[in-house]
Write a new protein. Structure first.
Length: 81
């Protein structure tokens, strides 16, 4: 399941940051993703909500420090529904 979530996260990052999906790896963070700044983070979180039909609160957004954390968070939200 994590691989499918990662693929969809790569698509989100492409839409939001126009980032090559190849650099959106499980170990990547803002240091590796151009345009992933505070405003980009909000736009990315909004797009993640739309992509996975989930709701994120401020605590969730604070946890989203890297791709691995985003994948884990999305997986937990999907599994809780």
């Amino acid at each position: 399941m994590s691989d499918k979530i990662l693929q969809r996260i790569q698509e989100v990052f492409y839409r939001v940051f126009e980032t090559d999906p190849a650099i959106v790896t499980i170990d990547a963070g803002p240091e590796q993703i151009p345009k992933w700044d505070s405003l980009g983070h909000v736009a990315m979180a909004s797009e993640v909500e739309k992509e996975f039909n989930i709701s994120l609160d401020i605590d969730d957004m604070m946890v989203m420090e890297n791709i691995n954390a985003i994948v884990q968070l999305v997986a937990s939200k999907i599994n809780n529904d």
